[in-house]
Write a protein of this length. Structure first.
Length: 373
């Protein structure tokens, strides 16, 4: 048998021995990294004090994950390798200070899945009943950060999240994009023919509308507050001998021990939801950032044109524009704008100064790293 070119042994016992040796080396290095994280915490505390110290730096973590992906040579994919480092970083950060993360609950929602994807599993989870409660939990200091949905690729913007920024002093500290896969869930050993009601969040029902029309046209669709609540209802109903189904994701399926009657039933396979991380801190430039603005425009002809013109003038790429009623005057509007770049960069500062001359109010909601994962 020809020898391989990677100096990896080619017999099963030798391969297992090599894996054991590599595992031992990895474990030593992970603990060495954890010790460095503890030292970082000690230095921060001595230099900044208990009240001012900031343990979590979004721009630093984004830079680390980008470098992981840039130097990766496989066979593991870039994203899979970054996820491994994401959890290592989460565990090390928890040694400095465990973070309490508020999210739109209950347990088992896609928002919790997004929180885990962004912060890792070494966090203290704090499910909230509504988006405004997530904002209040972070504003009060009871949670370090919050996670809220802001837009879905098929159903559009989440207005409640945008509206919550109007009177809040919180900053956007990060973003994460989550591919949304919906499953039709039932309790174990349920007879599918007995199911007459399907429960889920209204957006999930909408995202699976064509599939439901085709395969479950006679089942009544009932909207509830969240997919996780729907999954819990299925589990509770089964104990009473009632057969119902829910549309929810993997985390809810695992949490309530449900069976997937059908998987990936969303109408669009690229169905993706974007989530925002909210907190108190301003985030430093990471090298690949996005800035979000809230703009109250003057109610006069050409107002929108004058808001858009500075972006072309200073060669800044706008990535999103959303409009909401101002609630302050009839036919008045507030614009939410995302653009590429950090608010501290020269071109961005020039855009913001021009906007301030044209608009009634310009509020920088935050500059933050563009989603890495």
């Amino acid at each position: 048998m020809p020898k391989n070119k990677t100096n990896i042994p080619d017999t099963l016992p030798l391969l297992r021995d090599r894996i054991d040796a590599i595992d031992s080396e990895i474990q030593v290095l992970i603990n060495e990294r954890a010790q460095c994280a503890q030292k970082v915490a000690e230095v921060k505390l001595s230099e900044q004090g208990d009240d001012a110290v900031v343990f979590y730096r979004p721009e630093r973590e984004a830079q680390v994950l980008r470098r992981v992906m840039e130097r990766n040579q496989g066979p593991l994919g870039n994203e899979e390798m970054a996820k491994i480092f994401r959890q290592v970083m989460s565990s090390c950060l928890a040694l400095e200070k465990p973070m309490r993360i508020a999210f739109l609950g209950p347990e088992g929602t896609f928002t919790q899945q997004a929180a885990i994807k962004h912060f890792g599993r070494s966090i203290i989870s704090a499910p909230m009943a509504a988006i405004d409660e997530v904002f209040r939990e972070v504003e009060s200091g009871a949670a370090n950060y919050g996670v809220v949905p802001v837009e879905n690729s098929t159903e559009g913007v989440v207005n409640h999240t945008l509206d919550s920024f109007r009177d809040s002093a919180l900053k956007i500290c990060g973003e994460v994009e989550l591919r949304i896969h919906h499953h039709l869930l039932v309790a174990p050993n349920v007879d599918a023919e007995q199911i007459t009601h399907i429960y889920s969040h209204q957006q999930s029902l909408a995202q699976c509308r064509a599939w439901l029309d085709r395969y479950w046209p006679h089942a009544e669709r009932i909207a509830v507050n969240s997919n996780a609540e729907a999954a819990k209802m299925v589990a509770d109903a089964a104990q009473n001998g009632t057969a119902i189904a829910a549309i929810a994701g993997d985390i809810a399926s695992e949490l309530y021990s449900l069976t997937k009657l059908s998987s990936n039933i969303e109408d669009h396979p690229d169905n993706t939801t974007r989530f925002l991380m909210i907190g108190h801190q301003d985030v430093l430039p990471s090298g690949k950032d996005k800035t979000s603005l809230l703009i109250s425009a003057k109610n006069e002809p050409g107002a929108l044109y004058r808001l858009l013109e500075p972006f072309q003038k200073h060669q800044v790429s706008m990535t999103r524009l959303e409009t909401r009623p101002s609630l302050m005057s009839r036919w008045g509007y507030i614009f939410y704008i995302d653009f590429e770049g950090h608010a501290d960069e020269a071109n961005s500062l020039a855009v913001i100064k021009d906007l301030e001359r044209q608009a009634s109010e310009v509020k920088v909601l935050g500059s933050y790293p563009i989603a890495v994962l």
